[in-house]
Design a protein around this ligand. Sequence first.
Ligand SMILES: NC(=O)c1ccc[n+]([C@@H]2O[C@H](COP(=O)([O-])OP(=O)(O)OC[C@H]3O[C@@H](n4cnc5c(N)ncnc54)[C@H](O)[C@@H]3O)[C@@H](O)[C@H]2O)c1
Ligand SMILES: [Mg+2]
Length: 352
Amino acid sequence: MSLYCGTACRRKFFWCYRLLSTYVTKTRYLFELKEDDDACKKAQQTGAFYLFHNLAPLLQKSEHQYLAPQYSLLELERLLGKFGQDSQILEDSVLIGCSEQQEAWFALDLGLNSSSSINASLQKAEMETALQGSFIKLTKALFELNVKDASLLSTAQALLRWHDTHQFCSRSGQPTKKNVSGSKRVCPSNNIIYYPQVAPVVITLVSDGTRCLLVRQSSFPKGMYSALAGFCDIGESLEETVRREIAEEVGLEVDRLHYSASQHWPFPNSTLMIACHATVKPGQTELQVNLKELEAAAWFSRDEVATVLRRNNLSNQQQSGAVPFWLPPKLAIAHQLIKEWVEKPTCSPLPA
Ligand SMILES: NC(=O)c1ccc[n+]([C@@H]2O[C@H](COP(=O)([O-])OP(=O)(O)OC[C@H]3O[C@@H](n4cnc5c(N)ncnc54)[C@H](O)[C@@H]3O)[C@@H](O)[C@H]2O)c1
Ligand SMILES: [Mg+2]
């Protein structure tokens, strides 16, 4: 059918064209790829692949940051051929996004012992040489990636890890089968569908009006303080989790709270960090730190926090030894929350 078959059709075309922004078109394309195995297989033909080895992304160093190289299906098939492998391993790839021009992006782990097991013999060092890059742990590389790559690789790692650890049905014990995009796994014996898991976590910057509360766990890097965080318990609302975590960890009661923003966080597993600001009841600021959960907690003035934010560079601090503590890096939502509090002291909170 011609695109311009008549006035009504032409009007419809322009109406759709005006209405569907690039973002909507892209979103609907991704939805189609998630749902339709054939469409997703077709998208692999023209798509781009990011590579991992045992959940560590392949990266190339460029000046002060890491870049994540992409490979076409053809390049990948050639690479696998060079290492004596067939292309069956491509069935383990997962869809992680697409460009505005609808080039689909996939991630593939060459080092995990997954269902296709043929990848077990792939030699990491030889692959690194052939690909002119290194497989680097995401914990090490995340803060030296640009925002787009950091987000894509975090999603990719979370999805690859989920598939690696959810290969069997918890009801039947039978192997589950991944769909082409990797948006779900199905048990062939009982049709139970498993979707990738995300754990909701609240992260709250508590303030008493003039000071904010920063805490550290023994597992944090030396000297780092952050906002207070905790996993949502089953059955809780976000508000209830914030109240419980603050009471549990520092013995305070929340007076008011308001939502700020959220972030997917890949460590140690896939979490959705939901960031809030909270104020405590006036005159009730004495901390009772739960030492089973935290190593330390303390109130800090706006000036102290502003100074540390300005000098928030680990290597400088180690050299000078002048800064008593440091804060999470820019990419972490805790950093955004703390910066927001320093910059917008008068934002009016909503009642909890
Ligand atoms: N992006 C950021 O800026 C930022 C900052 C701080 C913390 N975090 C993340 O927040 C998360 C939670 O913080 P926390 O450790 O203080 O939580 P927490 O205070 O709830 O304590 C962790 C404990 O919660 C229990 N728990 C309940 N549900 C769990 C689940 N689904 N997975 C793992 N443990 C569970 C475990 O016993 C665990 O030891 C951590 O994974 C951390 O990486 C992110
Ligand atoms: Mg906690």
